[in-house]
Design a binder for this molecule. Structure first.
Ligand SMILES: [Zn+2]
Ligand SMILES: [Zn+2]
Ligand SMILES: [Zn+2]
Ligand SMILES: [Zn+2]
Length: 485
């Protein structure tokens, strides 16, 4: 473990431009693992804990069709002529082409001679974030070396593959080592479009390293959450719940709605550790039953959950009849359910999927299971883009119901604030307001109708009275008066 004091010094240097005089955090020895970030005072839910700026940032460049963004400002560029005319092999806008950052990038890549400098190559563009580490100051590089790195056999592949795209790629061992190490740190602590760390479904098209954030440890129920400042790409970390002085500030490296086994496997394989947080030590996941499946005994209505063993293939137990099942047996039910729901999700009718989730899937998979939660999330995401083949009423009901269902799961898990919760709660409130307004309008219409009916009844009465009076008059008129006789 690199000493917390040295890490703090380097972080102080990195955060100097916007560090508080009285920061709410410090780097200390963690109970979870190695070092961690600790609260130096009581923090209220929603309060900003710190801001972090990217020490390294570059385009994620995962998809071949998204390579036309400027490598400095990340703006999407017009379809043609976005490559640097100096032959560095990087896309750059006309404004940034004159900036210092590009001059540094450009000189470096030009000296390596890209094979095809006019063609946008995802391998070259993706390497930029890593290669920028070469031009950092010694302190900044030390900070990278302070962070956890996943140094498995694969970590050299990226640089090795990138080397093939240049004629004069550096062979200097020190430089290659800096790049390999940076790749390894990015794999463990970096943000990337494809990795699951962006748990709040935030669009993040970069690959970046936020050092203070990198020091934070993982918890499957994190007590902080983050957002990004669009202008600066700075990360803003806030308290998701009230945090006590001295408590460790945690984040999550996994998706929130995956079951114990899937999270364990991901953390073990990708991050190289076993999580022992309260959620991971509870087979019911705090009563949220995210992994829960129905008992294989059709006469039993119990839920079956995996045992806490830390093994990838644990036995499963029914909480009612206590029957044991093997992992393979339970995976069959899980796979069947996933297959059935995904087939509906992939059919083009959103209405069919919603109907299936509301009426059918419950017969073979509990609503608490992550497959169902995922499907509901995807319905909400699709509705955010358009209502497809659902009518207004169905859209409204679905939004209300699914937002409520998912926030209830979050409550059960004990999850505090997050961008996702804000989004769901906003949707819920809007939908409730819309419904209340509609109901009020309906009530007003009914009141008006009742008023009209009352008036009509009065008018009828009046008419009847008039008619009666008229009839009397006629009778009177018809009867001969004594004078006439
Ligand atoms: Zn630009
Ligand atoms: Zn250039
Ligand atoms: Zn955990
Ligand atoms: Zn049972």
């Amino acid at each position: 473990m690199i000493c917390p004091k040295r890490t703090s010094e380097l972080l102080d240097l990195h955060l100097a431009p916007f560090k508080d005089k009285d920061p709410a955090w410090e780097v200390g020895v963690s109970k979870i693992a190695g070092r961690g970030v600790m609260a130096t005072r009581h923090l209220k839910r929603g309060e900003i804990i710190f801001q972090d700026s990217p020490l390294l940032i570059g385009l994620a460049a995962h998809e071949e069709d998204s390579l036309n963004s400027c490598s400095v400002c990340f703006k999407v560029l017009p379809d043609t002529r976005f490559m640097c005319r100096q032959g560095c092999g990087l896309p750059v806008c006309s404004l940034c082409a004159k900036k210092k950052q590009h001059k540094t990038d450009c000189d470096m890549f030009k000296s390596w001679s890209p094979n095809e400098p006019d063609v946008a190559n995802s391998v070259i563009i993706r390497l930029l974030c890593v290669a920028r580490a070469i031009n950092l100051t010694k302190d900044q590089r030390d900070l990278i070396y302070c962070l956890q790195a996943n140094l498995d056999n694969n970590h050299r592949t990226e640089v090795r593959n990138a080397a093939k795209c240049f004629k004069n790629f550096p062979t200097d061992k020190k430089i290659v080592e800096i790049m390999n190490r940076t790749v390894a740190v990015l794999r463990t602590n970096g943000f990337d479009k494809t990795n699951d760390r962006t748990t709040d479904h935030q669009e993040f098209n970069f690959r970046a390293l936020y050092p203070l954030f990198g020091v934070m440890n993982h918890d499957c129920i994190p007590n902080s959450y983050y957002t990004f400042d669009e202008k600066t790409n700075n990360m803003i970390v806030r308290a998701a719940v009230d945090i006590l002085e001295g408590e460790e500030i945690t984040t999550t490296y996994t998706k929130l709605f995956t079951g114990n086994i899937a999270r364990h496997l991901y953390l073990k394989m990708k991050k190289g550790f076993t999580c022992k947080c309260p959620r991971c030590s509870d087979s019911t996941e705090k009563g949220a039953f995210i992994s829960g499946l129905y008992c294989r005994d059709t006469n039993c209505s119990g839920l079956v959950v995996p045992e806490i063993t830390g093994l990838p293939h644990p036995n499963w137990n029914c909480l009612v009849c206590k029957q044991k099942s093997t992992h393979v047996q339970m995976m069959k039910s899980q796979d069947f359910a996933s297959g059935a729901i995904n087939a509906k999700a992939n059919s083009n009718s959103l209405r069919t999927l919603v109907h299936y989730l509301n009426e059918k899937s419950d017969s073979f998979i509990p609503n608490s299971n992550y497959v169902v939660i995922d499907a509901k999330m995807s319905v909400l995401n699709r509705l955010a883009l358009g209502r497809e083949d659902c009518n207004e009423e169905l859209v409204s009901c679905t939004r209300l119901r699914y937002s409520r269902d998912i926030t209830q799961v979050m409550d059960k898990l004990g999850l505090g604030d997050s961008l996702l919760r804000t989004q769901l709660e906003t949707q819920l409130r809007k939908e409730e307001e819309r419904r209340a307004k509609k109901q009020k309008e309906l009530a007003e219409k009914q009141r008006q109708l009742a008023e009209l009916e009352l008036k009509a009844a009065e008018a009828d009465k009046l008419l009847a009275a008039l008619a009666a009076e008229g009839a009397e008059g006629e009778v009177a008129a018809a009867a001969p008066t004594p004078e006439q006789t």
